[in-house]
Ligand binder design. Structure first.
Ligand SMILES: C[S@@+](CC[C@H](N)C(=O)[O-])C[C@H]1O[C@@H](n2cnc3c(N)ncnc32)[C@H](O)[C@@H]1O
Length: 232
């Protein structure tokens, strides 16, 4: 029986001054402006507090309101899906969908992607990752804030299983070029698509709030597909 939890029912059980990482129902919350991440020991995915079984784990960074990953979790019940986003108001929406659709194969991480990858994800544990429409930071002087850069890619490679796959999706052509460049510089990743190593407007990829928005505005979706090398 689906539970009728609402987004506002998700609350953080401590004050800002007492903030610390905490496991809540179907969610790990890692606060911002907290700096003792190294005190945390990553929890294996098969721990009863997370999935409690050993199905392959697929993780989406930048899940937003969770439309894409909730649909994937519904369509693929034998995969364990993990949604990552740093904005609590968006995470709340994913959390409400999780209960509404009774998605026992979905877990949520609320926190910053690099921090979660460095300190909270078990090493060599993910079969696939997806980064769907990360913030493009279109102004040149803001491009330094883009998520897909070498240090992040190396951290992600460390939490992937050997030959794990990564899909990067953006509507922003300069960001797609940056992704291609950063991946080409990395010793840990190998392209799975022939040159120019991306495809436009992949059919049947799944939809999200931002994919629909950019689609309506006539933007092309760029999809890059890579795998990790065996011994990274
Ligand atoms: C443009 S939205 C895309 C949301 C969703 N993928 C979609 O297609 O509708 C980008 C999302 O990435 C999240 N985000 C951006 N940088 C992040 C980071 N460093 N760590 C975690 N989440 C991040 C934002 O909070 C936002 O929800």
């Amino acid at each position: 029986m689906p539970s009728m939890k609402k987004a506002k029912d998700l609350r953080i059980p401590f004050t800002w001054a007492d903030r610390h990482p905490v496991l809540l129902e179907r969610l790990l919350y890692v606060p911002t402006f907290y700096d003792t991440h190294s005190a945390w020991t990553p929890i294996p995915w098969n721990d009863p507090r997370i999935f409690g079984q050993n199905n392959p784990v697929f993780l989406e960074y930048c899940s937003g309101n969770g439309e894409w990953i909730c649909n994937k979790a519904k369509q693929n019940p034998h995969i364990n899906w993990v949604a990552v986003d740093k904005q609590f108001d968006r995470v709340r929406k994913i959390w409400a969908r999780l209960f509404r659709d009774n998605l026992s194969n979905l877990y949520i991480l609320c926190g910053e992607a690099m921090t979660l990858t460095q300190f909270y994800l078990p090493r060599h544990s993910l079969s696939e990752i997806f980064v769907n429409f990360p913030d493009p930071w279109p102004k040149l002087r803001h491009a330094k804030h883009r998520l897909i850069q070498r240090p992040f890619l190396e951290e992600v490679a460390g939490v992937m299983l050997p030959e794990g796959k990564a899909t990067f999706v953006t509507d922003d052509p300069p960001y797609a070029l940056q992704m291609l460049h950063e991946l080409a510089q990395s010793p840990s990743w190998q392209p799975l698509l022939q040159s120019p190593h991306y495809i436009l407007n992949p059919p049947d990829y799944g939809t999200s709030f931002f994919s629909d928005l950019w689609n309506k505005k006539g933007h092309n979706t760029h999809l890059l597909l890579y795998k990790t090398l065996r011994d990274c």
